[in-house]
Design a protein around this ligand. Structure first.
Ligand code: HSE
Length: 325
């Protein structure tokens, strides 16, 4: 057992427009700040939980309602199954990402908690086992098992989910020079509610173009054909039904495309949006425009990011993520 572990888990874009429930991308701000949650685990007299961080006040205070407390129960149950002795721990969640934001906030907490506990117990579970536990825990919040936030958050980069228990996800080659502008307006959109808006059944023509776009995008990633990849970054599954949940989404998207965005989409189930830009100057111009036009309260923020190839990692100490760009 380790004395104390501290783990950081980054934000991610679920769906990335073209891969509903199937594609996710981990991000890091270019200014070096850690945008994500941190979980610390240390030995204690009895199990206990502490909640802190910039967005802690948006979560219920009772520990039984917190996903990290549920992760602790799930992790201990798995230890018992494997006859590994369980010890009492204190778990601290630094909640730096707003809930219901579309940046994989609950995945950040779930992934950081599982990895911190796994580190504390000196790696009893491998990555695939952890991923499955993470997917099940996230489902408690969003209402269904989907890995498009937990997988990139955990493993980093762009991850394609496979419907395969032996290998849950496949890492795709990245377009490393792309800047991803994230804009969180500070309105709440619950994933469960956003999923409830979607049709239960889709037209055959929609399924065909979904398959064509996703397959073409994946091939373009492997061929590093940036123009083709971003031309195919379209969302016919969720965006048409969810756009109304976001502030002036259609006009915002149109404006960003006019400002040379390669692609604009809803991050996860929203309300955060993303815009992919080829150069930093374009990203900075868009960030300024979004700050003026898309944010709804002083807690909204815009971050210029690039792909985070690392994903979740151990850190030495808790880093202050209060100064969002
Ligand atoms: N794929 C999920 C959705 C991401 O769009 O509902 C949000 O958790």
């Amino acid at each position: 057992m380790s004395k104390k572990t501290a783990v950081f888990a980054p934000v991610s874009i679920g769906n990335v427009s073209v891969g509903f429930d199937s594609l996710g991308l981990a991000l890091r701000p270019i200014d070096g700040q850690l945008l994500g949650d941190v979980v610390e685990v240390e030995a204690a007299q009895q199990n206990n939980f502490e909640l802190t961080g910039d967005f802690a006040d948006r979560l219920p205070t009772d520990r039984e309602s917190n996903i990290v407390w549920l992760v602790l129960q799930a992790f201990e149950a798995e230890l018992i199954v494997r006859q590994i002795p369980v010890v009492a721990v204190k778990v601290t969640l630094h909640k730096n990402i707003p809930v219901c934001s579309g940046m994989g906030s609950s995945a950040c907490s779930v992934v950081a908690a599982f990895v911190a506990l796994n580190d504390f117990y000196q790696q009893p579970f491998d990555d695939n086992q952890l991923l499955q536990l993470m997917g099940q825990a996230e489902a408690k919040i969003s209402g269904s098992v989907h890995y498009d936030n937990v997988a990139p958050c955990f493993l980093g980069g762009m991850q394609l989910m496979l419907n395969n228990q032996e290998q849950v996800t496949l890492s795709l080659p990245l377009f490393k020079d792309i800047y991803w502008v994230l804009a969180y307006p500070d309105v709440e959109v619950s994933t469960q509610a956003a999923r409830a808006l979607l049709p239960a059944v889709y037209e055959r023509s929609t399924l065909i173009s979904f398959g064509q776009n996703l397959a073409g995008f994946v091939a373009a990633c492997f061929q590093q054909d940036q123009a083709l990849a971003f031309a195919l970054l379209k969302d016919e599954i969720a965006e048409p039904y969810r756009a109304e949940l976001l502030p002036d989404y259609a006009q915002t998207k149109q404006q960003l495309l006019k400002m040379n965005s390669l692609a604009v989409g809803i991050s996860g189930s929203g309300p955060t949006i993303f815009s992919a830009c080829e150069d930093l100057k374009t990203a900075q111009q868009q960030a300024t425009w979004l700050e003026k036009n898309y944010l709804q309260t002083e807690h909204g923020f815009v971050a210029i990011c690039q792909a985070d190839a690392t994903g979740t990692r151990a850190i030495d100490s808790v880093i202050n993520t209060q100064e969002l760009p």
